[in-house]
Design a protein around this ligand. Structure first.
Ligand code: UDP
Ligand code: MG
Length: 324
């Protein structure tokens, strides 16, 4: 392939960052890039900005040949912007970070060091050293807790898109085809050797964050649905349980009341019997719904077309497709 093994690709999604981006680039990012002992490219993905961001990026690209500009026709969201940037990257490693200065470029050397020492995913983790608002803290805590319940265990709480991935991870990531995607969730799902770096999420240089509650909620739903089928199973189990309980109760009433003439004296009324019957039917409906949903979920999985497994090419040898 055409990869440049002595180069690192930096991918930065940019959406309405006209106020702070230039400052971020010249004062925070560039000094770090200049210190690198690798070649580098800087892929700026303009995610349909409605302000002057694109113009600013273009002007920077005029002067700096390291910059590649990839501009979307409209706003597709950060996850898609990251995906496009990673597909465009040609380096031996791909570094993703935000454009607003909240993820400190000062830490770039630390990430690279871990990568040089064999890590294939170096993940920036926030939270250890910082104080959050109550709602944000609660929201993210429950997000990871619910993900855990749903069987998605390989997501470390607080892990962010401030991360470096090895070429082998990027290649595998590029094969994923799903639409409702959450980049960090999928990368964590893929496995590989991970290392973590704690950092403090700084303040925005300028402008406002564009992730509002609605977008974050959508992101959470996408993660739940794309990474787990447990919600389905919960309803299947509930339905099964209800059916079973109603059946047992119904049989009990049948024997106790109608066959033995109520020896215990429970005095079942007709209404009770109807209720038990209806509960039984509701249970059946839930079960049959879940069965349908399981078919839908398998269609969903097929439609996602994720690979069945992911090969660690570095540690495999003599594979028949010739790649190391
Ligand atoms: N971003 C993007 N598309 C969007 C929203 C955000 O490319 O639709 C970019 C934005 O320019 C920034 C990064 O994603 O570089 C993180 O966005 P933001 O600062 O709004 O999110 P937060 O810091 O709250 O996670
Ligand atoms: Mg931000």
């Amino acid at each position: 392939l055409l990869y440049n093994m002595s180069m690192i690709s930096f991918v930065i999604p940019v959406y309405n960052e006209e106020k702070g981006f230039k400052k971020f680039y010249t004062e925070m990012l560039l000094p770090e890039l200049k210190k690198l002992k690798y070649g580098y490219e800087l892929i700026l993905v303009n995610d349909g900005s409605k302000d002057k961001s694109l113009q600013i990026i273009q002007e920077l690209a005029e002067k700096d040949k390291h910059i590649k500009v990839l501009s979307f026709s409209r706003n597709f969201g950060k996850e898609v912007a990251l995906t496009a940037g990673i597909r465009e990257a040609e380096g031996a490693a791909v570094f993703t970070m935000d454009a607003d200065g909240q993820q400190p470029p000062k830490l770039i050397p630390e990430f690279i060091k871990k990568w040089e020492n064999g890590a294939e995913l170096v993940i920036g983790v926030r939270g250890k050293y910082e104080k959050h608002g109550f709602i944000a803290k609660l929201g993210s805590k429950w997000f990871y807790r619910i993900m855990g319940w749903m069987g998605v265990k390989d997501m470390v709480p607080g892990s962010t898109d401030f991360r470096l991935i090895d070429r082998c991870v990027a290649d595998e990531y590029n094969k994923l085809t799903e639409h409702g995607r959450i980049t960090r969730g999928l990368m964590d799902w893929m496995g590989f050797r991970k290392e973590y770096i704690d950092y403090v999420y700084g303040n925005r240089l300028a402008g406002k964050p564009s992730y509002n509650f609605k977008k974050l909620f959508q992101l959470a739903i996408d993660s739940f649905i794309s990474l787990s089928t447990t919600p389905l199973m919960i309803f299947a189990w509930m339905g099964g349980l209800i059916t079973f309980a109603a059946l047992v109760l119904g049989i009990f009433v049948l024997i106790e009341e109608f066959m033995m003439g109520d020896p215990i004296g429970l005095k079942w009324t007709g209404t009770t019997c109807v209720c038990i019957f209806i509960t039984f039917l509701i249970g059946l409906v839930m079960v049959s719904q879940s069965v349908t949903a399981m078919y839908v979920s398998s269609i969903h999985a097929e439609a996602q077309n994720r690979p069945l497994y992911i090969i660690d090419r570095k540690n495999s040898r003599n594979l028949k497709d010739g790649k190391k």
